[in-house]
Design a protein around this ligand. Structure first.
Ligand SMILES: Cc1ncc(COP(=O)(O)O)c(C=O)c1O
Ligand SMILES: N[C@@H](CCCC[NH3+])C(=O)O
Length: 420
């Protein structure tokens, strides 16, 4: 897709240069066709297995993207009441949602349980007890999967690794075993699933294999002990290619083969929670050069997007391709591409070779459909950016840029003082 973009600026049939004359930069643009294509590819890799895709809403929580997921029959993996309400509003039924996360609160569990969320991926004994109490108060049965921490190194950035024993996520197989043995203490919770998610942007099949082998061995042990599992959730984590020639994603067929090898004879539902893989490469961030600023032994390309719009480079030193969309040929120059935010970490790229740029030029930052807009903030009082959905030659603004009044809504001067 990047090749086509370089050649003619077309992304899902929409001319990005023309679009940037209609919509002020910075803005995100997502290709609906690319997202549909990814969903289809994953579904076909999993063919023959009873699979349910639950899109990890945290990757991209724009309502229009979630509606697209709903239209493609995808459920949702949620981690907060906000994500639950978004997914529901976008048309994803509660009974197609799994609720993960170590910090589910009483109110979050009560609302989602009442609404009929399909499965709670329970991450601690305290949470299991709370779920039992709330389900009993509501006189219903909650369905729960134990999130296993398989103690596997996913080989990814340490800040997005979740499956090592020292990480906060899930519980050990030893602890899970005691939960199943004591299931009678939880009459309102049907403990009928296992869940594991070992991290994100995983580029090798080996950690998936190891983690799923551990989960599968535990599942067989549970079956032998007389427990019946309705679902096994293998999490998300499939990595994507951010840097061509460097990142080599796991082919979906290889990923599916690992799942198949572990669970071919499982007679329940296999849940997948892909986030990044479905949307990352379907999104670009459009930004314009504000000015070129000479520095000590370097040239800064100051653009109108910043770390508040796209945090990944600042948080994880993430590499994103940056493509100037000029029509003419220009000499290659090296730039530090930076935003206007007052932090040195507000840097999208260091010493990056690209065609020479001048003020006003349009740049595209690629691979930002996942964990881009969903992680944005208003730091430096910069409004949340616009988001645009593209679909086969047409576009729709699916989030307008936040106005100043919207940014400060909710803040108030202290007209009345109270004592607590
Ligand atoms: C529980 C859970 N499921 C799924 C995902 C989605 O991960 P990814 O975007 O890497 O597919 C995450 C985020 O890492 C997660 O925490
Ligand atoms: N925010 C991370 C991914 C975190 C995954 C959530 N468990 C990223 O941008 O790569």
């Amino acid at each position: 897709m990047l090749q086509a973009l370089r050649a003619n600026s077309l992304f899902d049939g929409v001319d990005l240069q023309a679009l940037a004359r209609q919509v002020d930069t910075p803005f995100y643009a997502y290709s609906a066709s690319a997202i549909r294509q990814r969903i289809g590819a994953l579904q076909s890799a999993m063919q023959g297995l009873d699979t349910r895709l639950c899109f990890a809403v945290k990757a991209n929580s724009n309502l229009a993207v979630l509606q697209l997921m709903a239209q493609c029959g995808t459920g949702a993996d949620i981690v907060s009441i906000g994500e639950f309400r978004r997914a529901l509003r976008a048309g994803i039924p509660a009974d197609r949602m799994v609720f993960s996360g170590v910090g589910k609160t009483h109110d979050e569990i009560a609302e989602t349980l009442m609404a009929g969320v399909w499965k709670f991926n329970v991450e601690s004994y305290d949470e299991l007890q709370l779920l039992q109490r709330i389900a009993s108060e509501q006189s219903i049965t909650a369905h729960a999967a134990v999130r296993i921490n398989p103690d596997v190194d996913a080989g990814t950035h340490e800040k997005i690794s979740t499956g090592k024993s020292e990480n906060k996520f899930g519980v050990s197989i030893d602890e899970a075993r005691t939960w199943f043995a004591g299931h009678a203490d939880f009459p309102n919770v049907r403990l009928d699933g296992l869940h594991a998610h070992i991290g994100s942007q995983i580029l090798s099949v080996a950690p998936f294999r190891l983690a799923l082998q551990r989960v599968a061995a535990f599942w067989r042990e549970l079956v032998a002990a007389g427990h019946n599992l309705a679902s096994i959730d293998v999490g998300g984590g499939l990595g994507v290619c951010y840097r061509s020639g460097v990142d080599q994603p796991v082919p979906t067929e290889d990923y599916a083969a690992v799942i198949r090898a572990a669970f071919a004879d499982f007679d329940g539902v296999l849940v997948l929670e892909p986030g990044r893989w479905l949307v990352a490469e379907a999104g670009v961030l459009m930004t314009r050069v504000i000015r070129v600023k000479p520095g000590a032994g370097r040239q800064f390309l100051v653009v109108d997007a910043a770390m508040n719009d796209l945090q990944r480079p600042a948080l994880y030193d993430a590499w994103h391709e940056i493509v100037p969309l000029h029509d003419e040929v220009r000499p290659t120059t090296c730039y530090d591409v930076v935003g206007p935010v007052c932090e040195t970490g507000d840097t999208f790229a260091v010493d990056r070779a690209m065609p020479a740029c001048v003020s006003g030029d349009l740049l595209m930052i690629a691979g930002v459909g996942a964990y881009g807009a969903s992680m944005a903030s208003t730091y430096n009082s910069r409004p949340l950016t616009a988001e645009v959905l593209l679909d086969n030659g047409r576009y729709a603004v699916v989030r307008r840029r936040q106005s100043f009044e919207e940014m400060v809504a909710g803040e108030q001067l202290p007209h009345a003082w109270h004592t607590a």
